[in-house]
Design a protein around this ligand. Structure first.
Ligand code: PBG
Length: 331
């Protein structure tokens, strides 16, 4: 065997020819937050360049993403002002979806996150039982399906449930189909781990677990999200979600779970998305701000890792930087 490798690394031409992974700005999805009851858009600690948008600033942001950053795919999080424990009102988020689709139509692809954590008083992803020690699967799934239908009717191209209840993909798919929405895609957060990397998001989405008017005994999301020690669960729940009708599967967070992404994308032949979550993105930002690394290079390297591990699409708070970073560093 030839043990010399540097001959093929000596100039950009030959490096381009041997390169196996090719990233393109078209593979990126930009998360967006739209918040009810704020008069001006708000910065999010740790997520420079990403905002809690008002309905008006949301439209302007998408406009600039499309025109200046070449981003046309989005994942929207609606944050209502009214929190409750069981009777949720999805109309604020639905109205924003309708407004965005009315404005941009098929120029953009709009996925909408479906979960109850921004709607509940206690910040958990579903409906708590009376003693507050677990989420009631069946009632939660009913709500998730109900909100999915409203969001799809408002014009969402894709429904993305992130709650981690059992059986929600099948319930959502059935309800969409019964209502003539068989074209609406479902992207399941099928391999979502119980992670310490969701911090900045919970401020943005107003969804950190907290005490409310009812007893809450769950201090975190360990009873519903996947235990990082149990990669097999990620495979089983992704297989199940594919079986129940998910069009796209997702792994989240990205960087600490590349091994799982590589294995799952080999095992399950479906389009795979990876979510580079708020804490991953913020750690790169903070390091760069301290002069400890080059932000663009770090982003690029993390994204190459996702593609190598088998993701065909990347959800990242840096999606709107992707065109610039890729043009600068990949050419
Ligand atoms: C809501 C949800 C979370 C994220 C996406 N949807 C947070 C959580 O589960 O606590 C995380 C996204 C991020 O950190 O960027 N269930």
């Amino acid at each position: 065997m030839d043990l010399t490798f540097r001959r093929l690394r000596q100039n950009p031409h030959v490096r381009e020819l041997v390169q196996k992974i090719h990233l393109h700005p078209k593979q990126f999805i930009q998360p967006l937050f739209v918040v009810e009851g704020i008069s001006k858009r708000e910065a999010i600690p740790g997520l420079d360049g990403v905002y809690r948008e008002t309905p008006e600033s949301l439209i302007q942001q998408i406009e600039s993403d499309l025109k200046e950053h070449g981003v046309s795919k989005f994942l929207l999080f609606g944050v209502p002002s009214q929190k409750s424990i069981s009777n949720f009102d999805y109309s604020f988020t639905a109205a924003q979806i309708a407004a965005v689709k009315k404005h941009f139509g098929s120029k953009i692809w709009l996925a909408v996150d479906v979960c109850l954590c921004s709607y509940t008083e206690h910040g958990h992803c579903g409906i708590l039982n009376d003693s507050g020690d677990h989420l009631i699967n069946r009632q939660t799934v009913e709500q998730l399906a109900k909100s999915s239908l409203q969001f799809a009717q408002a014009g969402a191209d894709c429904i993305a449930p992130s709650d981690m209840m059992d059986g929600r993909i099948g319930a959502i798919r059935d309800l969409l189909d019964e209502n003539g929405l068989e074209q609406t895609q479902v992207m399941s957060y099928s391999a979502k781990f119980h992670s310490g990397f969701y911090g900045p998001f919970r401020v943005a989405a107003d969804s950190a677990p907290k005490q409310g008017s009812q007893p809450v005994q769950l201090s975190d999301r360990a009873t519903y999200q996947i235990d990082p020690h149990c990669p097999g669960d990620a495979l089983l729940s992704s297989l199940r979600d594919a079986e129940e009708g998910a069009d796209i599967l997702m792994l989240k967070p990205g960087m600490p779970y590349l091994d799982v992404l590589a294995e799952l994308s080999r095992e399950i032949v479906k389009p795979w998305a990876v979510y580079q979550v708020s804490g991953e993105y913020a750690s790169m930002r903070v390091m760069a701000d301290q002069g400890l690394m080059n932000f663009d290079r770090a982003c690029l390297e993390s994204w190459i890792g996702f593609a190598r591990a088998g993701a065909s699409m990347i959800i990242s708070y840096g999606a709107r930087d992707a065109q610039r970073i890729l043009n600068q560093l990949e050419s």
